[in-house]
Design a protein around this ligand. Structure first.
Ligand code: BGC
Length: 463
């Protein structure tokens, strides 16, 4: 064992999931349907016509899933709450059975010594609210803070870490600009409006937390370092736009109360001037920042890449995951240092990090070897250690994901789990990566430098 990679005792080791991706039974026990329910049931939207109707059946199997987390030694679990389970119409009357599900989940986690981190919004907006305009309706800030208040009043005695939104960039980019995710709109003028009301909703929920909650609340963003493909001014300008669009568009308003200057350059007259009072609402002091990190991108100027005019360039020497993402662990160290330098010494959590790779079938002896995922995990855990050694205030790490789950519009075709899920039998099989992670947790990082059977040079099969 190598003491060089020892993490602090207080460091929190966890894994993350989200409601629509694992729970199944999305309309059971009085729950109202979400935009993902409608999107998934619209032919052509999801690979193989997959839906979240059953998913990992976690809604009914959460107790055994929590027992499995305990076996793996997880100390924390980040899950999301399906808004429509607790408020079927998004506002108004409460569904006691939905609320009860999350109370039982939290109680079960605590009984197993696992600290819950709850995310209020991981993309599954109640359909009833979408019918009223969804993220385009300014009233959504109040709808969201009322829902948040209900959850704080119900669970804050047991949940000490809260996240408002998961990856607002993806909500807007996939849901309102490119139409690849629910609600499937493709509209340049809608995207800035959705962004702004997401951020107002975040601010309103944090404000509510200060009067109702006692613990900690933060925002979760996805960050991708953006590198220029060449040193030309055109490529560097394209890279600055890509960085503003993805990395600063949500953090600058949340921390500094202003949007990046590049937003007007990207959206032209579709980018509105927002009232200063809105920016004050958005800029609420938060207790921590959650960062989801998967990859970096290398960019060149491309006028046809609407609307940012920056196109990613594939790296020929890299290992590429099944979702087409370059494995680039250095980017995680860089991201954490960048957050510290740009946004100050806010406590950070890596709230997601993981990889989809082709997995072989479970062997007869019950093994499933996933060397590429082990390799990914090992390198990214070393990367966070490097960041801590350079003074980053990183409090914990949540591997994405506990289970193979519904990877949004890819359906079940991309597997991110540390634990394999047989979708016919719902049998759970921890992969080598789960066993590796369990050893990392048990040794608080010290095993990270042990030689592993790593297949650095192997490429994922579908590249
Ligand atoms: C999301 C997850 C998703 C993962 C892998 C993140 O953008 O928060 O829901 O499954 O990335 O694509």
């Amino acid at each position: 064992m190598n003491p060089d990679f020892q993490f602090p005792d207080s460091f929190l080791w966890g894994s993350a999931t989200s409601a629509y991706q694992i729970e199944g039974s999305p309309t059971a026990d009085g729950a109202g349907p979400s935009i993902w329910q409608r999107f998934a049931h619209t032919p052509g939207n999801i690979t193989h016509g997959d839906t979240g109707d059953v998913a990992c059946d976690h809604y009914r199997r959460f107790e055994s899933d929590v027992a499995l987390m305990q076996q793996l030694g997880l100390q924390a679990y980040r899950f999301s709450i399906a808004w429509g389970r607790v408020l079927p119409d998004g506002t108004g009357s409460v569904n006691a059975k939905g609320l009860d599900f999350y109370e039982r989940l939290v109680d079960c986690l605590l009984a197993h010594g696992i600290q819950p981190m709850a995310t209020l919004y991981h993309w599954d907006l109640p359909e009833a609210l979408d019918n009223r305009g969804g993220w385009l309706n300014p009233d959504i800030a109040h709808w969201f803070s009322d829902y948040a208040s209900l959850m704080f009043r119900t669970l804050d005695d047991r949940v000490k870490l809260w996240c408002t939104l998961n990856e607002p960039w993806v909500v807007t980019d996939g849901g309102y600009l490119h139409g690849t995710l629910a609600p499937g709109h493709r509209n340049l003028y809608e995207a800035p409006i959705a962004t702004h009301h997401l951020m107002r909703a975040h601010g309103a929920a944090v404000q509510t937390y200060r009067s109702v909650g006692q613990h900690q609340i933060g925002l979760v963003v996805n960050i991708e370092p953006k590198h220029p493909a060449s040193n030309t001014e055109q490529d560097r300008a394209a890279t600055r736009r890509a960085d503003a669009y993805m990395n600063r568009q949500y953090l600058d308003p949340a921390i500094y109360g202003r949007y990046p200057a590049e937003m007007g350059e990207i959206f032209g007259d579709a980018w509105p001037q927002w009232p200063q009072a809105d920016m004050e609402l958005i800029r609420q002091p938060i207790d921590f920042l959650g960062v989801n990190y998967y990859t970096r991108s290398v960019n060149r100027h491309d006028d046809s890449a609407w609307p940012v005019r920056a196109a990613p360039v594939r790296q020929s020497q890299a290992t590429i995951t099944e979702t087409g993402w370059e494995v680039y662990p250095q980017g995680l160290t860089d991201t954490l240092l960048w957050l510290k330098n740009r946004y100050g010494d806010l406590p950070l959590y890596v709230t997601e990090n993981g990889s989809a790779f082709y997995d072989p079938p479970v062997a007869e002896d019950g093994h499933l070897d996933d060397p590429l995922r082990v390799n990914y995990l090992q390198k990214h855990l070393k990367a966070i250690h490097h960041a801590i050694a350079q003074g980053v205030n990183l409090r914990g790490y949540f591997a994405w994901s506990l289970l193979d789950n519904l990877e949004w519009s890819h359906g079940f075709s991309k597997r991110f789990g540390l634990v394999h899920v047989n979708l016919k039998t719902q049998q759970r099989t921890p992969k080598s990566s789960a066993h590796f992670y369990a050893r990392v947790i048990a040794s608080r990082g010290a095993v990270l430098n042990e030689p592993q059977v790593l297949a650095d040079t192997l490429q994922s099969t579908t590249v």
